[in-house]
Design a protein around this ligand. Structure first.
Ligand SMILES: *[C@@H]1O[C@H](CO)[C@@H](O)[C@H](O)[C@H]1NC(C)=O
Length: 240
């Protein structure tokens, strides 16, 4: 999917949804970036006027139910977040719980639901929550990504009760940035789940991009490595 160029100010304000979860780390990582010709100002977002200052948004990890419930109790915020996620000119990145919020539907066990109606940032993606189970609730996996700066150095991806892609629709036009190495793959969800039959080839797709939208099922803000943030700012925020 090609990105339409847009006029961006010299100082780009990036909001990090700060209702709950790991937001402060995202702010610190974003503030370290020095993209050519622009300055990044990263701010926490708790209210509608704060969101309205932003050109781009990060939805961090945390509890997706808690995040959506707090957002819906803050005047105007949830509606504005939904608009933001739908606007093709706005860059949005969801990590972990943020990825769940960007899915069309998400499920766990026998359940199927959509956390927040309309917040379909990626389009055509179903996710399965907590597929990795208790044994693998947290783990680290090296990802090799040719499009990162210094590509020969693997990115140490940290997964904490990570969501997994259940399936991508064939029309989704989603670009896969990184796959989980085979030895880390979760067990496939049951074939007869309410989400429909999983696509086992999609299970390891832990980093996806579509236009200015991006999702990662891991926590790049805990790796001590700013390259995923740098990737998102260059490709999705600046569109270059
Ligand atoms: C930065 O700005 C200069 C001057 O306008 C331009 O030539 C250059 O391509 C820009 N760099 C990037 C990475 O866009």
């Amino acid at each position: 999917m090609t990105i339409q160029p847009i006029e961006l100010p010299e100082t780009i304000v990036i909001g990090v949804l700060a209702l709950q979860g790991a937001f402060i780390e995202h702010i610190h990582y974003l503030q370290k970036l020095r993209p050519q010709n622009h300055t990044i100002k990263a701010i926490p977002i708790r209210t509608l006027p704060e969101l309205q200052q932003c050109q781009a948004l990060v939805i961090p990890g945390g509890e997706s139910t808690v995040i959506s419930s707090i957002a819906s109790h803050t005047p105007g915020l949830l509606e504005a977040l939904i608009e933001f996620a739908r606007d093709p000119q706005k860059a949005v990145w969801g990590t972990c719980a943020g990825m769940i919020l960007m899915a069309d539907v998400d499920g766990i066990g026998g359940g199927r639901k959509k956390m927040v109606k309309g917040w379909e940032g990626i389009g055509g993606m179903k996710v399965w929550r907590n597929l990795y189970g208790t044994q693998l609730e947290s783990f680290e996996a090296p990802l090799t990504i040719p499009s990162l700066s210094n590509p020969s150095k693997p990115f140490n991806a940290i997964f904490i009760r990570a969501p997994a892609v259940h399936s991508l629709s064939p029309e989704s036009q989603v670009e896969v940035v990184a796959q989980l190495p085979e030895q880390f793959l979760p067990p496939p969800p049951p074939l007869d789940s309410p989400l429909g039959e999983p696509n086992v080839d999609d299970l390891g797709k832990v980093w996806l991009k579509k236009g200015r939208k991006m999702v990662t099922s891991f926590h790049p803000e805990l790796s001590g490595d700013v390259r995923v943030h740098e990737f998102w700012v260059e490709k999705c925020v600046l569109g270059r």
